[in-house]
Design a protein around this ligand. Structure first.
Ligand SMILES: Nc1nc2c(ncn2[C@@H]2O[C@H](COP(=O)(O)OP(=O)(O)O)[C@@H](O)[C@H]2O)c(=O)[nH]1
Ligand SMILES: [Mg+2]
Length: 358
């Protein structure tokens, strides 16, 4: 999964990125605004993979990963046009974590308007919607020109219809996230990767000693349909530099039960609606991510497109069952080893082997 950290300059994106990836990128308050993204890959801690690996003793054990992209601040000032190449790179992420500055800093207030996270969010959302609107309108103009030259296919008509709905939504100041398109329309405009259609995680970056002070703001955000959380970026960055035992002591003091890595993993899986399924064997025990509700063919496609194309059946058993009984042989005897067809909806914790023929 690719998750983009975005927000206004100096909101604490790199600080949080450092905490997540245990790196030491520059977070100097007076430093130049970065021009390139920092990229880091974080393993998704999953005890089930650890235990499956103990059972199967494979040559390789592969956890799922999240790729974090820490982008330079965008939309700092009204009418600010960020570099288009960077914007399209940002939009290729599966979801955004928007970092809002909640920590007090008068200097930053004076440069970037306001320390009010809700105001920051509004400005980011407005800029994203404006960006989407410009792209949609430009495309509509091109489609019109095409009509004059006789280019009118069913796909273009779907796109045209979708883009009109999209423009209407944006002109009403509503993000595309809340617009329901038909499957055909959705497909026709998928390639645009509209900003305001992406799943959003809101992180209010604040001081570790007033996390609760944000409850009311969080409630407001939840009421408006956002998934929003507080994060003490600087504190987390310092924690990430300690050894495990020391870090756990500090976390216990703060009543924190999970590391920032694990929290962000859960939040982003929840946000996108991801589940995990596993493949096991003597060569490799591996975790895969799948959209909740997806079927066995989609799962096969995650592993390799050949497996989806030549799909015959999925051999399937449950993580809990293999842990309870200890061997696939016993699962077969007990009828817990199933053969599933294309339409089978894969569940979190399924262990799958694809039979295929290409
Ligand atoms: N007090 C406080 N300062 C922070 C926090 N997070 C970041 N900062 C400071 O804010 C400035 C900008 O942080 P940085 O992570 O570089 O922001 P970015 O531009 O969004 O990547 C740096 O001086 C950080 O030390 C925080 O949680 N509390
Ligand atoms: Mg930065």
């Amino acid at each position: 999964m690719k998750l983009a950290l975005i927000g206004l300059p100096k909101s604490g994106k790199t600080t949080i990125f450092n905490a997540l990836t245990r790196s030491e990128h520059n977070t100097d308050k007076y430093g130049q605004v970065a021009t390139e993204a920092n990229i880091g890959v974080v393993q998704v801690a999953d005890e089930r993979i650890t235990r499956l690996s103990e059972l199967y003793k494979p040559k390789k054990t592969i956890y799922a990963t999240i790729e974090y992209h820490d982008y330079p601040g965008i939309f700092a000032k009204e009418g600010d046009t960020a570099d288009n190449a960077m914007l399209s790179e940002i939009k290729s992420a599966e979801a955004f974590a928007i970092v809002l500055r909640g920590f007090a800093d008068e200097e930053l207030d004076s440069i970037y308007d306001s320390g009010d996270p809700l105001a920051q969010l509004t400005r980011l959302e407005e800029e994203m919607m404006l960006n989407d609107l410009i792209i949609a309108e430009k495309r509509l103009e091109k489609i019109e020109l095409g009509y004059k030259r006789g280019i009118k296919t069913p796909a273009i008509l779907s796109e045209d219809k979708a883009l009109h709905e999209i423009c209407a939504q944006l002109q009403n100041n509503l993000p595309l996230r809340s617009l329901q398109l038909s499957p055909d329309e959705e497909k026709a405009v998928r390639g645009f990767q509209f900003f305001s259609a992406k799943p959003l995680l809101i992180l209010i970056n604040c001081s570790e000693d007033n996390l609760r002070a944000w409850d009311e703001v969080l409630n407001k955000l939840h009421d408006r349909g956002y998934k929003a959380y507080t994060i003490a970026g600087k504190f987390e960055e310092e924690l990430s530099k300690l050894d495990t035992e020391e870090a756990e002591m500090f976390m216990a003091d703060m009543g924190m039960t999970e590391s920032i890595r694990d929290r962000l993993t859960h939040w982003s899986y929840q946000l996108i609606g991801y589940i995990s399924f596993f493949t096991v064997g003597a060569d490799e025990v591996r975790a895969w991510t799948l959209e909740s509700g997806a079927n066995a063919v989609a799962a096969a496609g995650k592993i390799h497109s050949d497996l989806a194309r030549g799909f015959i059946r999925a051999e399937c058993f449950k993580y809990d069952d293999i842990m309870a009984h200890g061997s696939e042989k016993i699962l077969k005897e007990k009828g817990l080893f199933k053969l599933e067809g294309k339409e089978y909806v894969v569940k979190d914790g399924d262990i799958i082997s694809i039979r295929f023929n290409v």
